[in-house]
Design a binder for this molecule. Structure first.
Ligand code: NAP
Length: 276
């Protein structure tokens, strides 16, 4: 029971990574406000988790919705200890010269402005309590280039930057702000991106498995949920402004077809010969 008595808000919690995290947090003793634009799925999830979860409609691009979402944690369960700003889409894709300007702005609104609103409206509650953990969901596309569409990468780099800057401010109030950068993870978002069908989870699992540097191991939502559990819990009490990459090693430069390190990196082979 690593989150016993804690109250969490998770945006985009009706599906994928957010849903797995809501389930994991409840298993560990938390109460969760499930915020999402998917009303039916969100209500079904909160029903499944009994009194430990409550669905509240929230469009993260609407300031009023986000403010009320944070307030609902306090009015329903008595405090606001953890916020995970997770809602997202892939958004505008394609070459830069043909990227539509209004689609670019609309994608930024969900991924970056929505994260800003989540932090802004969580902070006053946590400042009153003098404690809290804010977790923003970035992406490997937010820590290196070439791993996602242009606006997605720009927004996720923004999420990483905002995390670090706000962490430097809010730590004085006992609030920690960290982010997670997942690599490809089998969710409806990725199924829609690769297969144009958000229900094609089995097929997309094969694609993600084949692209993963770790042998026969696709990234799955529970991997990110477990990382979030660490950042949400008191175990990470001295971890602040950190970006936790959960990508099977992709951003180290490893690919599934690389030769073993000992073959490709002579200094490692020598280290091995010296028994290091
Ligand atoms: P998902 O399964 O599609 O879940 C995202 C949820 O957010 C959906 O229910 C979605 O509803 C909802 N949402 C979209 N726009 C919203 C808005 N304006 N306000 C509130 N909710 C909204 O996707 P996921 O893969 O779990 O993604 C969760 C987060 O992880 C995103 O920030 C994503 O960028 C990030 N991420 C994912 C991966 C990956 O490989 N899956 C990798 C790196 C980072 P709709 O379905 O109706 O849009």
């Amino acid at each position: 029971m690593r989150l016993e008595g804690k109250v969490a808000v998770i945006t985009g919690a009706a599906s994928g990574i957010g849903r797995a995290t809501a389930e994991r947090f409840v298993e560990e003793g938390a109460s969760v406000i499930v915020g999402d634009i998917q009303r039916e799925l969100g209500e079904e999830l909160s029903k499944q988790m009994g009194g430990s979860a409550t669905f509240k409609f929230c469009d993260v691009t609407e300031e009023k919705d986000v403010k009320e979402l944070m307030e609902s944690a306090v009015s329903t369960y008595g405090s606001l200890d953890i916020v995970m700003n997770n809602a997202g889409i892939v958004g505008s894709r394609g070459p830069i010269s043909s990227t539509d300007a209004s689609e670019f702005k609309a994608t930024l609104d969900i991924l970056l402005y929505g994260t800003f609103l989540g932090i802004k409206h969580a902070a006053p509650h946590m400042e009153r309590q003098k404690s809290g953990s804010i977790i923003n969901i970035a992406s490997t596309a937010g820590v290196t280039g070439g791993l996602g569409p242009h606006v997605y990468a720009a927004a996720k780099h923004g999420v990483v930057g905002l995390t670090k800057n706000v962490a430097a401010e809010l730590c004085r109030s006992g609030i920690r702000v960290n982010c997670i950068a997942p690599g490809s993870t089998v969710t409806p978002l990725v199924a829609a991106a690769y297969m144009d069908d958000h229900e094609a989870l089995e097929e997309v699992s094969e694609i993600v498995r084949a692209k993963s540097p770790i042998l026969n191991r696709p990234g799955i939502p529970i991997d990110v949920a477990n990382a979030a559990l660490y950042l949400a819990s008191d175990e990470s009490g001295n971890t602040n402004g950190h970006c936790l990459v959960v990508d099977g090693g992709l951003t180290t430069g490893s690919t599934p077809n690389d030769p073993p390190h000992s073959d490709s990196m002579p200094f490692l082979r020598e280290a091995g010969q010296h028994g290091l």
